[in-house]
Design a protein. Structure first.
Length: 102
């Protein structure tokens, strides 16, 4: 069982590879909104550990997931803060004390 830390670029790449095949480095770059250099660095690290295999073609490089026994460890954190709104207060129709239509 391979342990992957949650919240890292490795985790995001592996989860995308589990859902989508075939996929290229350019496709990953678009989905993750990250630079190609950082993605290639993580992919080479994953290739040396035997998790993925890079299949270079003349104009594209495909990524193939070799293993599927992952365990994601670490705290699960929410990525974006959620604002909770109290909502709009509704005024009841019989409690208006204004001068309108007097």
């Amino acid at each position: 069982m391979i342990e992957i830390v949650t919240g890292t670029l490795e985790e995001q790449i592996i989860k995308i590879l589990q859902k989508t095949y075939p996929i290229t480095i350019k496709d990953l770059e678009k989905k993750l909104h990250s630079s190609e250099a950082s993605i290639v660095r993580v992919l080479q690290k994953l290739q040396t550990t035997g998790i993925i295999q890079l299949e270079p073609l003349p104009n594209k490089t495909y990524i193939r997931l070799l293993r599927r026994d992952f365990r994601f460890v670490g705290k699960k954190r929410q990525k974006k803060f959620i604002k909770h709104h109290a909502g709009k207060k509704i005024q009841e129709p019989g409690k208006y004390d204004g001068d309108m239509y007097a």
